[in-house]
Design a protein around this ligand. Structure first.
Ligand SMILES: Cc1cc2nc3c(=O)[nH]c(=O)nc-3n(C[C@H](O)[C@H](O)[C@H](O)COP(=O)(O)O)c2cc1C
Length: 327
């Protein structure tokens, strides 16, 4: 059903990746994804300048442990030497470094980083060349199709990156102008696959294990990256594993949802402390209960909760009583 994904010296099997997501793909979410079989996970994008300065908001984004491997660290910036220095700083803590050339957020593009680089193929090439020379772990880039629909530079940039020693390219086939509107155009992934020798990883609109299957089938890509589809649904990795083993994946029971939601809260507590975990968990719980009866009322209730112990009680009550010991 799917081929193997080899990114430089790194083999990823099955060829699935937890995408970088700002504010979301912390050690807690990565741990849950790995427990469900995610073979490669990314940190969120991390500022190259922040790494160089050793910023107090930046370094915690690198928190990891020995279970959290192989790990991809994504960095962003616009200056080739700064990105190379940042890559050297993180190299020993990860197995792969990715350069963000797709982030559409105004603050990021205003600094010439993220998808602003899609307008400057020469600079994008210089970045890959400079970073490649400074590290020995595999190097990838993550791009969108271009700044606008009319300025479609993804093929040019991917080819330059390949010629500068990039080991794989991830394409989220929307333009910067699209942000998250419309559907991602998977035919662009096929087009890129047809012109590159290095692996092409597809990203965009993967919400269920069957979307993973369809993206492999429709585009011939080498790997699939899962982003929003993992939110409240880390089972997506295990479900795809079940499907490729020839069985029918089942949706999680409400006991299983409860177990994982409690585990998520505990992992956040370990990472940030209980008070902060309660706040962080609100958004994740909204995803875990999405589509379930009483979800709106539950969301309203948990948004008022500040106590860790009371949140545990409420989670148990909502999913109808799974004890913490089982989490
Ligand atoms: C909340 C959020 C944060 C994101 N942060 C990043 C990021 O830090 N770096 C990056 O390359 N892409 C980021 N993305 C884009 C995703 O990695 C992915 O390419 C995009 O969501 C398309 O995949 P999907 O439709 O399966 O969600 C983010 C997406 C979301 C929704």
């Amino acid at each position: 059903m799917s081929k193997s994904l080899v990114i430089g010296s790194l083999a990823v099997n099955p060829p699935l990746i937890l995408a970088p997501m700002a504010g979301l793909t912390d050690l807690a979410l990565r741990t849950l994804a790995r427990e469900q079989g995610a073979p490669l996970c990314f940190t969120e994008m991390i500022s190259a300048q922040g790494l160089i300065r050793g910023g107090k908001n930046t370094l915690p984004l690198l928190r990891s442990n020995s279970f959290d491997r192989p790990l991809g660290v994504q960095i962003f910036g616009d200056d080739p030497s700064a990105l190379a220095e940042a890559a050297r700083i993180v190299e020993d803590s990860c197995d792969l470094i990715d350069i963000n050339m797709g982030c559409p957020v105004r603050k990021v593009v205003a600094g010439g980083a993220g998808s602003a680089l899609l307008r400057d193929p020469r600079k994008a090439g210089k970045i890959v060349e400079t970073v490649r020379k400074s590290i020995s772990v595999p190097l990838t880039i993550k791009i969108r199709t271009g700044w606008t629909a009319c300025e479609s530079t993804y093929k040019e940039i991917a080819c330059i990156a390949e010629s500068e020693g990039c080991d794989a390219v991830t394409l989220h086939p929307r333009s910067r102008a699209q942000m998250f509107a419309d559907h991602s155009d998977w035919s662009r992934i096929t087009e890129l696959k047809n012109i590159l020798k290095i692996p092409v990883i597809g990203s965009g609109d993967i919400f269920a294990w069957s979307d993973v299957r369809d993206m492999f089938h429709e585009t011939g890509c080498d790997g699939v990256m899962i982003a929003r589809g993992v939110l409240g649904n880390p089972w997506i990795f295990a479900q795809y594993g079940t499907a490729i083993a020839g069985d029918s994946p089942l949706p999680p029971s409400s006991e299983e949802k409860c177990r994982i939601a409690l585990r998520h809260l505990i992992l956040l507590g370990d990472l940030y402390g209980e008070e902060c975990a309660v706040k962080e968990m609100r958004k994740h719980l909204a995803w875990y209960v999405k589509g379930m009866a009483g979800a709106a009322k539950f969301r309203a209730k948990i948004n008022e909760i500040v106590s860790y112990a009371i949140l545990i009680e409420q989670i148990n009550e909502f999913f109808s009583g799974v004890s913490l010991e089982n989490a």
